[in-house]
Design a protein around this ligand. Sequence first.
Ligand code: PEP
Ligand code: MN
Length: 380
Amino acid sequence: MKLNLNIEPLENWLTAKNQPLLISGPCSAETEDQLLTTAHLLAATGKVSVLRAGIWKPRTRPGEFEGIGSIGLEWLKRAKAETGLPTAVEVANAKHVEEALAAGVDILWIGARSTVNPFTVQEIADALKGHDIPVLVKNPVNPDLQLWIGAIERINKAGITKIGAIHRGFSSFEKSSFRNEPMWEMAIQLKTLCPELPIINDPSHICGNRELIPYISQKALDLDMQGLMIESHLDPSVAWTDAKQQLTPAAVNELMERLTVREPESQNEAFVDKLAELRKQIDKIDDLLLQKLGERMKIVEKIGEYKRDNQVTVLQVNRWDEILKKGTAFAKALKLDEHFTEKFLELVHGESIRLQTEILNEGKATQEGIAAEQHAEVKA
Ligand code: PEP
Ligand code: MN
């Protein structure tokens, strides 16, 4: 079901100086000189559309630098006057909103640690009532699409129609190369539910390091995201926050030059025909795959009944091990990605287990459990 939001198209409220649309600036405003020098260097690239800077910083541990505070708004005002760049800051409560509005900040954003809390988002929404200012909503720290949507809805209900989402990745228990797991499917689901909502990608907070930023930026553009928010500092090595992930303005310029901007559609007739033909082939194969999965599950049901009648457990670890080994070896020969194959086999095997559990316990009081598990899997 589509979301019922009243959103103005991005081009109504944000003029892109260049493609892709870029919001850049330091993680934190530190000193007037740092902010102004960075702003001038960014403006000189001609590729930056908005200057960002954190004034109030949500930090994991107390005692770390918590933002320069209201004085930074004066510096931003000066940066805007000198460079002509519109400005953006993070707001996390009503007081921040009031101060930012009074200082003439052009765009506000809600940080990931605020989006998780409906009380905070509602407080911000209430403070925004009666004002006409663009608001960007970062995804919540945890991968919960409903929380992200809820925050966007609260802001929209307050009368704000210039809204965008920022995809900055999600915290995960598992260690990975990313500071925050991209979980692209979350952003794709949001876009599917609300196609008119612009989504801007934040490679800086996804990566947590400089090295992976080009890869994530290109992927975001290839997934048709509307722009990028990238942290930059005149000397990242001495940045007071997020030193590992900030880029110099020169590196931002170089990154933008290397990115390939592709069109979401092509009007070229030959291309359109060829694509339609290839998609038809894929659809046919997908039908066959589903048909085969249906056949497979019918056999699984028979196995379940057989195990039930012979009082044998659902799971035989050796058997699963064998499926996995055989499957991944075959997939390798077919040049299929190993990780993909493993995930696919796990999903199929998980469904077999679920079906057999149902059959083994037919008529017993486990139906709620099975339903709960099914629901959990769908959610995941
Ligand atoms: C930031 O943009 O500097 C920031 C604090 O980001 P996030 O809310 O995504 O952690
Ligand atoms: Mn940051």
